[in-house]
Design a protein around this ligand. Sequence first.
Ligand code: SAM
Length: 248
Amino acid sequence: IATLYVVATPIGNVADITVRALHVLSLVNAVACEDTRNTAQLLTRFGLHKPLIAAHQHNEREAAETLIARLQAGERIALVSDAGTPAVSDPGARIVDAVRSAGLRVMPLPGASAAVTALSASGLVNDQFHFVGFLPAKAKQRDTVLQQLRSVPATMVFYEAPHRIVECAEALAAAFEPTRQVVFARELTKLFEEIHRCPLSEAAQWLAADPHREKGEFVVLVEGAPQASDAQDVEAERILNILLAELP
Ligand code: SAM
């Protein structure tokens, strides 16, 4: 039955491909992908050779038309991005929308996603998270977005490109309380994986301590806004300490 399979691929360690992903990739007629060279490389590692269709952010609309025509002819097609889950800070959402609107079947194959991988090993205890993804590149727009996020109570999840990580850390430290915890999840599932947690006030220092840190891919997690009850507890403790100091 004609289906568009939305297939998650590894975010570093190729062994993170799922058994189901390999099965589906081996049975589809074609693979629609963000970058044909990257996907060809991945498929070759698993001994797979499939016709590839370019489906990147600059041609999503046309790619969607091509895919719909092929699906209507009864084909099965996989949609992948360069790494992780398609359509999450990656191309794919427009294609999925168009295929669904055409009344065709879309089936997701879960797998790696940098955001969830980072959250799982962060140790930040919060049942809620707010996915921000990439911040705007321009400082003014970025700072406006950060101001809007100041009162979000959930853990915030940011994606950042290596060449902007230092600037991003500075902007986060300027926008949020310096006591909030931040987690840098770097090079997840890769050889130089690092997951570091510290108060925002120490973030710049940690990044500067090793120049290699400015390379590699990052997910940055920031603790949500302090809750009123936390603030009250802090205030109560402050007053208690003053009183205790005065007691004989
Ligand atoms: N769709 C992907 C997903 O679900 O994980 C995300 C793609 S987005 C274009 C790429 C960004 O994801 C990177 O800039 C980085 O923030 C994050 N990322 C991807 N792989 C990563 C890894 N191995 N370690 C840390 N962050 C990663």
